[in-house]
Design a protein around this ligand. Structure first.
Ligand SMILES: Nc1nc2c(ncn2[C@@H]2O[C@H](COP(=O)(O)OP(=O)(O)OP(=O)(O)O)[C@@H](O)[C@H]2O)c(=O)[nH]1
Length: 251
């Protein structure tokens, strides 16, 4: 279920494709009420409140930040529900989804939402999207850089794409953990480039990203906010009729 926090929600996708077989419905919490009630045993009221304190799940907010069209909403769907939405609409405000995780025997909840960069931050070159990301790092504690749309990677268009090398350097410089994946067609297992490739192509399963985010968050004693910025390797090109970006690779 989506929880909109004082914002206009996107219309939920009517259909979804490519659902992760590994993600059971039960892993996605349907609402805070459902989730906490399943955690709290029914003791007497005083014992019950102590018990519910002990068993209360910590909830962490994860903001997925990036330029318009980089795939924040699709990535959020994929991370939380294991599916790629067939139809999305432009993000207005923040549209949260929840997912329950079991990390080293502790249950935590991550509340993930796409968040749009302000338009005036956009530039014309794909790398401009990267330049605006550091503005956010002062507000949040755990940082992940996710290169999305790896399925559109095209060696013949290298000049309009953000190279993995650049992305990794950027992530390192700003203390971020870097992943590359595709919300639409994520690799089933971690993919390594062949020896002799121009760049060391590596793609991660979405579940690896979820686990890494959950593990990082769990280490923190008190809830904090993490964000997973996406960055755009696309040029300012119009979408085609099917609302799919034609030529760009977006990471
Ligand atoms: N090929 C491919 N297309 C993708 C992928 N992720 C998203 N898309 C497409 O990219 C377009 C934009 O996706 P959204 O998730 O709506 O992007 P957004 O960043 O939320 O966009 P705004 O709401 O405008 O901020 C849609 O047409 C998606 O189908 C991906 O991994 N691969």
């Amino acid at each position: 279920m989506e929880a909109a926090l004082g914002t206009v929600r996107k219309q939920p996708a009517s259909e979804a494709v490519g659902r992760d077989a590994s993600l059971s419905e039960g892993k996605v919490s349907t609402s805070q009420h459902d989730f906490t009630s399943s955690c709290s045993p029914s003791f007497s009221s005083s014992l019950g409140s102590v018990s519910s304190l002990l068993s209360r799940c910590r909830t962490f907010k994860v903001l997925v930040i990036g330029d318009s069209g980089v795939g924040k909403t699709c990535l959020t769907h994929r991370l939380c529900a294991g599916e790629f939405p067939r139809r999305t609409e432009a993000t207005i405000g923040v549209d949260f989804r929840e997912r329950a995780l079991d990390i080293d025997k502790e249950k935590i909840k991550v509340r993930v939402g796409p968040f749009l960069f302000a338009h005036h931050l956009y530039g014309k070159h794909p790398c401009d999207g990267l330049r605006s990301l550091p503005l956010w790092r002062f507000t949040y504690a755990a940082l992940f850089l996710i290169g999305n749309k790896s399925d559109l990677r095209d060696a013949s268009r290298a000049d309009s794409q953000v190279s993995q090398e650049l992305a990794m350097d950027f992530a390192k410089a700003h203390g971020m953990v870097f992943f590359e994946t595709s919300a639409k067609n994520p690799p089933r297992k971690r993919v390594h480039g062949r020896r002799g490739d121009v760049e060391p192509l590596q793609q991660s399963k979405v579940e690896d990203i979820v686990t890494a985010v959950g593990t990082t968050l769990k280490r923190h004693k008190s809830p904090l906010t993490a964000y997973s910025p996406t960055y755009s390797g696309r040029t300012q090109q119009p979408r085609n009729k099917n609302n799919v970006l034609k030529t760009c690779w977006c990471v």
